[in-house]
Write a protein that binds this ligand. Sequence first.
Ligand SMILES: [Zn+2]
Length: 245
Amino acid sequence: MLLFDSHAHLDSISYPKSVDISNVIAVAVDLKTSLYFSYYSSLNQHLKVYPFVGLHPWFIERNFESDLNSLRQLIIESGVSIYGIGEIGLDYSRNANNKIDQQACFEAQVAMAVEFSLPVSVHCVKAFNDLYSILRPSRVKGVIHSFPLRQHEAKRFVSLGLKLGLNPRILSSNLTKRHAFYQQFPLSVWVVESDFPNLNHHNVCNDPRLGMLALIKDLALAYRISDEEVAVQIYNTTQQLLMSH
Ligand SMILES: [Zn+2]
């Protein structure tokens, strides 16, 4: 079964070898990790790595304007080796004092993604209304990663043509509610992720494959199709995200 991991962090660590996982989107969180994009392939020769660059809301500095300029320069200079912008977004749970800066920085990166025809990988915690207000007029393509079991929000983002990233964490929710949640949407809205190496949940340990296989199995049960059919659909959906490239 071929798996495509739609969200992992490879900046300080190489991704484990796995027979199933062939493709990985590697996101960055700041300027430093964005600069790692050129090392991913040599450190992970068993994989096809698609580097994303971006400024995560946890790491927005006071002078984020100059970081945005450097990011822009990096995208221009690296050309086709950068496949998207992420991990970017809004997070009001950690730091609600810099909401205005978070919004400005996110909005500028979404505009950059549109300008360079790149997809985005978005992080959002306790900020779905503001996130929607910024994404709605942009028409940007991309995925909201680690999407929670929230039907109203999911519908709004799906209506914008965005994909929803499933993280193994969601598997600890109530099965009946979760399957009803999935079934509101066609299978083509979902992608799966490991968020490697942040896997200290569900006893999934350090094998990104196990969490993603569990998600595939869960979706297959909900949609009453085979694991293989789910895996193929998800692989294609993730590939299509990168097609604007
Ligand atoms: Zn992440």
